[in-house]
Ligand binder design. Structure first.
Ligand code: ADP
Ligand code: MG
Length: 704
């Protein structure tokens, strides 16, 4: 059903081709509907005008509005350092407005002696108020324009968008989109559900989320839109679940055979922890039950999930089935392949690998081997879900680092055999168990709540650049002890060369301060050729390098027990779960390990909280909970990567747990009345379901 809202966002007045491209690339906004579903994360009260004297240093991260007259302007600096100042004052004090870009343009538009409404972020230097790149409106003009709402939404944005559309510009295109689209917004919620849960109509909710008519209406609007998101998600989860439960069609793994037993008795390099044993038992019970297993395994970084994966795959092989294991990055897939090949060497078991960059020979070996049934275990990246990958008899699937895969992608794996294979998804980004059961309603949950013995807690510190010399000294001492060091740079999108600059500069300065031949430094990032990446990982693994400079490609799963220091540069740009994952790369051997978080001096309150939390605890469950609470804030940059694979924009599973519960109840009820959403009144829910569920929020091609 095509709707006006599906039209490309470029048709909205004030958007056009170039901005539309930017909106798509930066925020995933393609259609007019997407734009209207891009909700403010904060509102400022445009009727509130501060006097200059009222502003103080404690407000420095919030946007405010002042009303002041321009008393003079000045240029300073030259060339690229040139800047333009406008001096303003009101009855209570004075301030300086500063521009570093677009100077000509702004100068032409400002008139000394006139009064403006000035909107921006106050900052203070030696007690003097200034605002960098504020937005200005002539007071007369502002008064003559009738505002739709006194609360103006502030929209999640990125640096690139902000340079083309400021807070005010963004608000304007939202206004234009609303004006054009408002008559095309239909209700998709059955009346019975709206009544039962006292929900505001959709159109009214969309209006009030963008242009709140009152605080109360805004609350109602938020509640309604959160409910929509949860309901869409729950409809998709619950229908998968009822599909699965209605069929008694799970493969039955009746025996524990040669593969499992010989591995367990002769090759297992350590004693399993009791948590690992318990989980293997749970999997064993599932796989003899006759139902298809769909199990989520949560276990903190380093808790030994890989061994559980391997041993359960051996069970499948013992019962005449093939197994596959899917990892989110090329590096991780190759590492799993190496580990598993090594552990099972000499056994009567064939293991193959397939990734996006597998060369012809490797690819042929894998594709033919699994089609004929010669290969027992296939390890790879998301390349495994492609259609041309045809198994002869796939019975068991492991997905590592589950948070990177959406509900729908998981479901695609079910079609790889006539009967769906058993599925184990593993994640090191744990969430509270009760929450997991609601959120991943189609999964059963296992937990490894114990680390292998002998691990020492990792000590975490937060430093700024001022401590860099000290840090270098510390690294030298660790290297002198024969330990190894990771230095990681943030990378939001690997396609963007800007992000590489930090890494390249960092690599250069590290090779200067840690010169060869005394120190051996290697580098690994997504722009390198796969074989070069592999070679540099090999060097580090085999201790032919002391320092690995890398991007967050090493975030998940890499295992080098001799590495004892993880330095994370610009740590404020990472989400909490990513930081925790990165930290999990050390502390894998018997030596004491360290995680050093480097950041600038100036930090937002949220970033400071994240870094503090990292220093205070090693507990992944606690961090995950905190992460979810913090992430409600709507800062897309840097945290998106750590986001779960659901398209939740406004709803927060931790904070809105009661609404989530209601939505789950509603979904179960709706599906029991109309499983396929075909009846009148329910059919429009299909649109809602498609919109909010299982949308992939991550571009896989960019992380391998
Ligand atoms: P994760 O759960 O983060 O995927 P891994 O499976 O990579 O963790 O395991 C982390 C490290 O712990 C690996 O070096 C692995 O060999 C080791 N390990 C796993 N289980 C045990 C155990 N029971 N006893 C000792 N070491 C273990
Ligand atoms: Mg792992």
């Amino acid at each position: 059903m095509a709707s006006y809202l599906d039209n490309n966002v470029k048709y909205v007045a004030g958007v056009g081709e170039a901005r539309a491209k930017l909106l798509e690339k930066e925020l995933g906004i393609l259609s007019i509907g997407d734009l209207l579903s891009h909700y403010p994360f904060r509102y400022i009260d445009r009727s509130r005008i501060y006097s200059i004297a009222e502003l103080n240093e404690n407000m420095d991260s919030s946007l405010v509005q002042i009303r002041a007259r321009i008393t003079g302007v000045a240029y300073s600096g030259t060339g690229r350092k040139q800047r333009f100042s406008a001096f303003v004052s009101d009855a209570t004090g004075s301030a300086e407005l500063l521009w570093f870009q677009g100077i000509k343009w702004i100068e032409k538009r400002l008139e000394v002696g006139r009064e403006y409404l000035i909107f921006g972020r106050p900052s203070f230097f030696r007690g003097e108020l200034s605002m960098v790149h504020p937005e200005l409106d002539l007071v007369e003009k502002a008064i003559s324009q009738k505002a739709v709402s006194t609360m103006q939404g502030i929209y999640p944005s990125t640096e690139k968008i902000a340079s083309s559309l400021g807070a005010k510009g963004f608000y304007k295109i939202i206004c234009n989109a609303w004006n054009a689209a408002q008559d095309h917004i239909h209700e998709w919620m059955p009346t019975s559900i709206m009544q039962r849960y006292s929900l505001m109509p959709r159109k009214e909710a969309l209006f009030n989320i963008h242009f709140p008519q009152s605080a109360e209406k805004l609350k109602q609007a938020q509640r309604r839109l959160k409910f929509d998101e949860f309901l869409g998600l729950q409809l998709s989860i619950q229908s998968l679940r009822s599909d699965r439960m209605s069929k008694n069609n799970g493969f039955v793994f009746t025996r524990v055979g040669e593969c499992f037993n010989s591995f367990y008795n002769e090759r297992l390099p350590f004693q399993l922890t009791s948590a690992q044993k318990r989980v293997i038992k749970e999997i064993r019970q599932d796989t003899v039950s006759g139902y298809q297993m769909n199990r989520l395994l949560q276990g903190d970084v380093g808790s030994g999930k890989t061994m559980v994966a391997l041993m359960s795959m051996l069970l499948a092989v013992d019962n005449g089935f093939q197994a596959c294991m899917m990892a989110p990055t090329e590096i991780l897939a190759r590492q799993h392949f190496a580990t598993i090949s090594r552990l099972t060497e000499g056994m009567n078991l064939r293991v193959a690998i397939l990734t996006g960059s597998s060369k012809a020979a490797e690819r042929r070996l894998a594709l033919e081997g699994i089609a004929t049934g010669e290969v027992d275990i296939l390890i790879g990246t998301h390349a495994l879900i492609e259609d041309r990958v045809q198994f002869s008899n796939l019975g068991y699937v492991v997905i590592d680092e589950q948070h990177r895969f959406g509900v729908e992608q998981r479901a695609r794996l079910w079609t790889k055999n006539q009967q769906p294979p058993h599925i184990l998804v593993m994640t090191a980004t744990p969430i509270p168990r009760t929450l997991a059961m609601t959120l991943y309603g189609d999964l059963d949950v296992s937990v490894i709540d114990e680390l292998p013995p002998g691990r020492k807690p990792i000590r975490t510190f937060h430093y700024t650049d001022a401590a860099r010399l000290k840090l270098w000294g510390f690294l030298r001492r660790q290297i002198a002890l024969e330990r190894q060091v990771y230095v990681v740079y943030p990378l939001i999108k690997e396609s963007e060369s800007m992000d590489y600059k930090d890494l390249e500069d960092g690599f250069e300065s590290i090779t200067r301060d840690f010169p060869a031949p005394q120190y051996r430094v290697t580098v690994c990032h997504g722009k390198m050729k796969p074989q070069d990446k592999e070679e540099s990982m090999r060097q580090f693994k085999e201790h032919e390098a002391d320092i690995l400079v890398a991007t967050s490609v090493i975030e998940v799963g890499v295992d080098v027990p001799n590495a004892t220091v993880m330095v994370i540069e610009s740590a404020e740009r990472f989400g909490l779960s990513q930081l925790h994952q990165l930290r999990g790369r050390v502390g894998r051997g018997a030596e004491e390990s360290f995680c050093i978080l480097m950041s600038g001096e100036k930090l937002s309150r949220e970033s400071r909280k994240r870094l503090q939390a990292m220093c205070e605890t090693n507990d992944g469950f606690r961090l995950a909970e905190l992460d979810m609470q913090l992430r409600g804030a709507g800062n897309i940059n840097g945290t998106q990567q750590s986001g779960m694979a659901f398209d939740l924009r406004i709803a927060n599973p931790t904070l809105d747990a009661d609404l989530l519960q209601m939505a789950k109840e509603a979904a179960v009820w709706i599906l029991s009345a109309d499983p396929k959403l075909e009846q009148q009144g329910f059919s429009s829910l299909r649109e809602l379901k498609a919109k909010h569920a299982g949308k992939q929020r991550f571009d896989f091609s960019s992380i391998s």
